[in-house]
Write a protein that binds this ligand. Structure first.
Ligand SMILES: Cc1cc2nc3c(=O)[nH]c(=O)nc-3n(C[C@H](O)[C@H](O)[C@H](O)COP(=O)(O)OP(=O)(O)OC[C@H]3O[C@@H](n4cnc5c(N)ncnc54)[C@H](O)[C@@H]3O)c2cc1C
Length: 399
């Protein structure tokens, strides 16, 4: 049986970013992935936004969600350059319809970045890493977006907001980890894990491996994998998010990310995002579901069409639909409405780390690897840096 210092279960953005971070050290690392390639689950079915911290209502200070997202902000340009992955600042528009919207955005504006500007803040970000947010009146908004709904009276503009290609990023992270010595087992589904004295035995449908440490990054299946060694100390609600892509011609019609604030009785997200390669992605029709639910709800497309028409009324978007699809994400703390990431070692199962991302997990990924390295190091894994780590090298994960 092959033996490893660390085995990572799952190769979405979480598993791949952890693999790359660990490939900087002189340890043996294995990634096990059930699919024939990396990044094909949640990581391939999202809005592709790289949140930049301006949305401080979501990034509530004191949460892991805020900490990892804010700390990731300055890392994005360098990381994507090193790996040759597209990263583009598109700018975000919080659309204002009335006074109530304006007051909410004013609160958001007054909080934006504040928690992170002081050098002694828990997640400090220097002023050179972002442009200040600004309010746009009707005329300035129309200069940016001439086709915007005339009922929109202004916007809170975040010039920092960016998009990327999460699948390409995941592949690049995995291929870089592979070039720096990490092994990959694709088309191997973890079926059973045994906890022994000082190590784990991980059994897939094809083979078994021994590992001193395990990083459980199995996406929507994190809880099931954790359950195998009684390491599930969390719950989450699988939440389906339906998205619709519109063709490249629509890039000429609208150029920024834009969203309406949620209102009572409107539980679904209303947002549009320019896709990095052209076209628009619109959503998100949300539904709490069983994770095995593979149905595409017809209300999803209708909701998404209504959203884009509420943002740009006079354009025949029906004729430009490319595809409608969904992703399922884990929402923690669903009962309170404050989702947070989980990245921790359950007290009673040492040497085991669970990672639950959910919303904004791609955005937080640059810092995630460092967080896991910190936890492994605190658990006693000796991490000596490799002097020959190459940040840009690539090797196919099948080689
Ligand atoms: C509709 C929607 C919109 C979103 N929009 C954004 C956005 O704009 N910006 C943002 O930052 N985030 C967004 N997110 C969140 C983001 O997509 C996730 O946080 C992120 O992709 C989670 O990555 P992951 O690696 O944890 O999970 P996954 O990508 O699902 O990876 C888990 C991997 O584990 C593998 N696996 C599972 N079980 C096993 C097993 N038994 N054996 C072996 N392998 C296994 C799977 O095959 C998979 O490859 C969105 C999510 C959704 C659903």
């Amino acid at each position: 049986m092959e033996e490893y210092d660390v085995t990572i279960i799952g190769s979405g953005i979480a598993g791949a970013t952890v693999a790359r971070e660990l490939s900087k050290y002189k340890i043996s690392v294995l990634v096990i992935e059930k699919n024939s390639d990396v990044g094909l689950e949640m990581t391939s079915t999202n809005m592709t936004l790289v949140c930049q911290g301006g949305d401080s209502l979501t990034f509530r200070p004191g949460t892991l969600h805020a900490e990892l997202n804010v700390k990731s902000i300055p890392l994005w340009p360098k990381l994507t350059k090193e790996l040759g992955v597209p990263f583009k600042r598109i700018g975000g528009l919080g659309l204002i319809r009335d006074k109530a919207d304006y007051l909410k955005f004013l609160k958001m504006y007054s909080r934006a970045f504040k928690s992170s500007l002081k050098p002694d803040a828990p997640y400090y970000i220097s002023e050179k890493d972002f442009q200040p947010l600004q309010f746009l009146d009707r005329r300035s908004l129309r200069e940016l977006e001439p086709n915007i709904n005339p009922k929109v009276i202004g916007a809170l503009y975040d010039p920092n907001l960016a998009v990327t290609d999460p699948i390409k990023l995941t592949k690049a992270l995995a291929e870089n980890a592979r070039a720096n010595g990490v092994d990959f087992l694709l088309e191997n589904e973890v079926k059973h894990v045994e906890r022994k004295e000082g190590y784990f035995v991980i059994n897939t449908d094809k083979t078994s491996v021994k590992s001193k440490f395990v990083v459980n990054a199995a996406g929507i299946n994190v809880d099931r994998i954790a359950e195998m060694v009684k390491a599930r100390n969390f719950t989450y609600v699988p939440t389906k998010g339906v998205l619709t892509d519109f063709d490249e011609e629509t890039s000429e019609i609208f150029r920024h990310q834009a969203f309406y604030l949620p209102r009572l009785g409107e539980p679904h997200v209303k947002a549009v995002v320019p896709i990095i390669y052209g076209g628009l992605r619109v959503g998100i029709y949300l539904d709490f579901v069983m994770r095995s639910d593979k149905n595409l709800p017809p209300q999803g497309l209708q909701h998404n069409l209504n959203v884009i028409k509420e943002i740009v009324p006079d354009y025949p978007f029906e004729k430009h639909i490319k595809r409608t699809f969904f992703g399922i994400m884990p929402l923690t703390n669903a009962e309170t409405g404050w989702h947070d990431f989980i990245i921790d070692i359950p007290e009673h199962v040492p040497n085991w780390i669970n990672i639950v991302l959910g919303p904004a997990g791609v955005s937080a990924s640059p810092m995630l690897g460092e967080k896991v390295v910190e936890l492994l190091s605190m658990s006693g894994l000796y991490l000596e840096p490799k002097p020959n780590f190459d940040p840009s090298a690539k090797r196919g994960v099948r080689e």
